[in-house]
Design a protein around this ligand. Structure first.
Ligand code: HGY
Ligand code: MN
Ligand code: MN
Length: 419
């Protein structure tokens, strides 16, 4: 069994410079002029990022495989090949103007642990698998966390792959094009039993940096709902149509959002209400807008608050329809998640044992770990990012913090793979 000594030795084998260089190499794929990355789900850049990871894995003698929704697995065998594996990982897809570390850190920290295990010749009882989840961001195709949602069987694969992006392409079509570039990678069925799941990620918030600590012991994730609102009015001539005869989809949508802002405001600034996408058609200066589609991202730590506020969205939008037809679709609803006490304690134990200052926190951002928590003991390790900035090309993190998180990850995985 990987005792404390072996786990600590593995943590010591984490190489800060190697881990940092892999981030720089990975960030070249989908690099944007603003210093970030644009590797949207199932895009060519997403495929290139997977190919790079597969090449690195093959250089280490580790096998790669892909499941039907494109989740990528890098497997390190254990003494007992039939034992349920320990899983770690995150995502390589990004926001359109994403940062170098959101998702990539969890994948590269997990890879660094596998590399350290290989170089140390560590023998584990269980296999350890690194996973790259498909479409975590849910920016191009809804819902977010599509890969882990499919993996746990929470939604039918066919339903997920039928999702269309803003240009009308289905996730299935985009996935097929990406998988064609990875044709030689062995395929595996969707879903399998997992002994435990642990994901490393940047905090994407300001708390760790403000507290001056390198490690976040993540207790859970706040709940989140995603909605699409479609407002259909009537195109009309901007010069000849009297205002009172118009079915102006844009003005109706603006009135809806203004009313929603009033409902969502709370004195403690805990509710997270975001309209991130707002499409107007036909988008001509002298045509009264006939159709508007906008998204709502609503989050809160308490399920009943989330349900109450979410329940008001439909009626409020209808009340401000101004003669337009309104459709409100709830695209996803993930309840608040509490991570498994055994995993939370393990992260706290190893941060302490490795002499790394740490604090507990709830994740404001969503992660695949929310879904894995429904099928196995799961948890997360956070590291700081500068100013808490994320989903922004300026996202940045310090090499020493990335390595500290990878050390805690290594020790936890060694212990989980030994039990
Ligand atoms: O939206 C989120 O919370 C995650 O960063 N994709
Ligand atoms: Mn992420
Ligand atoms: Mn993200």
């Amino acid at each position: 069994m990987a005792g404390e000594r072996e786990a600590a030795a593995l943590a010591a084998a984490i190489d800060e410079a190697r881990l940092w260089q892999r981030h720089l190499d990975m960030a070249r794929l989908g690099a944007t002029p603003g210093g970030g990355v644009n590797r949207q789900a199932f895009s060519p850049a997403d495929g290139e990022a997977r190919r790079l990871l597969i090449r690195w894995a093959q250089e280490l003698g580790l096998a790669a495989s892909l499941d039907p929704i494109g989740n990528l697995f890098i497997r390190r065998p254990g003494r007992e090949p039939q034992a349920e594996p320990v899983l770690t990982g995150s995502h390589l897809d990004s926001q359109p103007t994403g940062g170098k570390f959101d998702g990539a850190y969890g994948v590269l920290a997990g890879f660094e642990v596998l590399e350290a295990m290989q170089r140390c010749g560590m023998e584990t009882r269980r296999p350890v698998e690194l996973v790259v989840w498909s479409n975590e961001e849910g920016s191009r195709f809804q819902p977010a966390c599509m890969g882990s949602v499919a993996f746990i069987g929470a939604r039918p694969l066919a339903e997920l792959l039928a999702a269309r992006d803003w240009e009308g392409m289905t996730a299935g079509e985009a996935l097929e094009a990406m998988l064609a570039t990875l044709a030689e990678v062995p395929r595996r069925p969707l879903g399998f039993p997992v002994a435990a799941y642990l994901e490393a990620h940047i905090e994407q918030g300001p708390l760790l940096e403000a507290a001056g600590v390198p490690i976040g012991v993540v207790t859970g994730v706040q709940g989140l709902h995603r909605y699409l609102v479609e407002v259909v009015g009537e195109a009309a001539h901007a010069g000849t149509t009297p205002l009172r005869q118009r079915k102006d989809a844009l003005k109706a949508a603006v009135s809806m959002i203004h009313a929603l802002e009033g409902v969502m405001a709370d004195a403690t600034d805990t509710v997270r209400f975001t309209v991130g996408r707002f499409d107007v058609a036909p988008g001509s200066p002298n045509v009264v807008p006939s159709r508007v589609r906008f998204t709502i991202d609503l989050r809160h730590p308490e399920a009943e608050v989330l349900a109450r506020l979410g329940g008001q969205i439909g009626p409020l939008c209808q009340a401000h329809a101004r003669g337009c037809a309104v459709t409100v679709t709830r695209l996803s609803a993930v309840p608040p998640t509490r991570f498994h006490p055994r995993i939370v304690s393990l992260v706290r134990h190893w941060a302490t044992a490795l002499g790394l200052p740490h604090r507990e926190l709830l994740s404001g951002a969503g992660h695949d770990a929310m879904h894995l928590a429904a099928v196995c003991p799961a948890g997360m390790i956070f590291v700081p990012c500068a100013g808490g900035i994320s989903h922004n090309e300026a996202e940045s993190a310090r090499p020493a913090d990335l390595a500290a998180g990878a050390r805690v990850l290594a020790a936890c995985l060694a212990e989980l793979a030994a039990t």
